[in-house]
Write a protein that binds this ligand. Structure first.
Ligand code: PBG
Ligand code: ZN
Length: 326
C-alpha cells in the first residue's frame, strides 16, 4: 500500500515503460485487406478510406513489393466485378478466371512466401448485394448459399490461396467448405473463419469500396447481434467444432470484451478484423486536428494485441513503416 508502494515507479522512464509493455505488433502480425479490380493500370482511391484504393493486379503487385520487403504478414483479397456480371446467385465469385483468382495466382507467383488469403462471400457478386442467394420469401437461403461458398473456396484454393476466409455468416459454412476442400484434395488450405462477425454499423466505407451494400434490407438476419454476447460466442465455438483453423472476431475495437472471452475459451489462433469504419474514424479525427493519427493507430493496435489477437487484419498494414515502426 501507499506510501511503500508507488505505482508511478513502474512508469517513471521510457526504458521501464517499454520493458513492461505488451509489444506493438510487428509487420508479420498484420494482414492487409485490399480490393482488386479487373483491367490494367487502374488505381481508384477510396474516398472514405484515405490511403486505400481499388487496384488492378499490376498495381497491386507494385504496392506489395515494399510491403513484402518489410515483412508484411499477409494479404486478404476482396474482388469487384463489372455490374453486368452480377446475378442473383453471385456466380461470378467462383469464375476460374475471376479477378481475385487471377490476383491470387499473380501474387503467389511474384511473392511465393507471402500468405495470401481469399475472402469467400458473394455480396460483391450478387445483384441484390446480400451474402447469399435469396429464397422466395426474400431471406438469404442458408443451405443454397453453402453450395456456392464451397465453389468459391475451391476456386480460390485451386488458384493457390493459402487460406480461405468465409465471411457470409451462414450456418455450417466452415464444415461445408472443409468437406469441399478435402474432396478436391486441397487439404493444405487453411480456413480462417469470420467466426464471430457482427451486424455492425462500421462497415460503411468497405461497402462503398466494394459496391456491396444490399439493395434492400440489411444483414441482421445472418450476422451476429451486437447485443447478444452468448450467441456471438457460440458462433465461434461452432466454427471451431466444424474444423476452422483460425477464428476471427469482427469488428475489433468495439468488441474487445468478446476478444478476451474468445481468447479464454479457445486454443485456436485468433484474428481480429480492424474494420473500415474503425480506420475511417481515426482518419476523420486526425483530419479535424482532434487527435494524432500515429498515436491513435498505435494505441488501437496495442489494445488488440493486449486483448488477445494473434493476427490483426488492418488497413494500417500498408502503412506500417510510417505509423507503427518505432
Ligand atoms: C462482406 C464483408 C464485409 C466486410 C468484410 N466482408 C461487409 C459486410 O458484411 O457488409 C467488412 C470489412 C470492413 O468493414 O472493413 N462479406
Ligand atoms: Zn458478404
Amino acid at each position: 500500500m501507499f506510501p511503500e508502494v508507488r505505482l508511478r515507479r513502474l512508469r517513471q522512464s521510457n526504458g521501464i515503460r517499454r520493458l513492461l509493455s505488451t509489444p506493438l505488433p510487428g509487420p508479420e502480425k498484420l494482414i492487409w485487406p485490399t480490393f482488386v479490380i479487373p483491367g490494367e493500370k487502374r488505381r481508384e482511391p477510396i474516398e472514405s478510406m484515405p490511403g486505400q484504393a481499388r487496384l488492378s493486379i499490376d498495381q497491386l503487385l507494385i504496392d506489395l513489393a515494399p510491403l513484402v520487403q518489410t515483412g508484411l504478414g499477409g494479404i486478404l483479397l476482396f474482388g469487384l466485378t463489372d455490374p453486368s456480371e452480377k446475378d442473383p446467385h453471385g456466380h461470378a465469385a467462383y469464375a476460374p478466371q475471376g479477378t481475385v483468382q487471377a490476383a491470387v495466382r499473380a501474387v503467389k507467383e511474384a511473392f511465393p512466401q507471402l500468405v495470401v488469403i481469399a475472402d469467400v462471400c458473394v455480396c460483391a457478386y450478387t445483384d441484390h448485394g446480400h451474402c447469399g442467394p435469396l429464397s422466395s420469401s426474400g431471406e438469404v437461403d442458408n443451405d443454397a448459399s453453402l453450395a456456392i461458398l464451397q465453389k468459391v473456396a475451391c476456386s480460390m484454393a485451386a488458384a493457390g490461396a493459402d487460406m480461405v476466409a468465409p465471411s457470409s455468416m451462414m450456418d455450417g459454412q466452415v464444415m461445408a467448405i472443409r468437406e469441399a476442400l478435402d474432396a478436391a484434395n486441397q487439404t493444405r488450405t487453411l480456413i480462417m473463419s469470420y467466426s464471430t462477425k457482427f451486424a455492425s454499423s462500421l462497415y460503411g466505407p468497405f461497402r462503398d469500396a466494394e459496391q456491396s451494400t444490399p439493395g434492400e434490407g440489411d444483414r441482421t438476419s445472418y450476422q451476429a447481434a451486437p447485443g447478444d454476447l452468448r450467441t456471438a460466442l457460440r458462433e465461434s465455438e461452432f466454427d471451431e467444432d466444424e474444423g476452422a483453423d483460425i477464428l476471427m472476431l469482427k469488428p475489433a475495437l468495439f468488441y474487445l470484451d468478446i476478444l478476451t472471452q474468445l481468447r479464454a475459451n479457445t486454443d485456436l489462433p485468433l484474428a481480429a478484423y480492424n474494420v473500415s469504419g474503425e480506420y475511417a474514424m481515426l482518419h476523420a479525427t486526425a483530419e479535424r486536428g482532434w487527435g494524432d493519427l500515429k498515436e491513435m493507430v498505435r494505441e488501437s493496435m496495442l489494445a488488440l494485441s493486449r486483448s488477445g489477437a494473434d493476427i490483426i487484419i488492418t488497413y494500417w498494414a500498408n502503412q506500417y513503416e510510417q505509423l507503427l515502426k518505432d
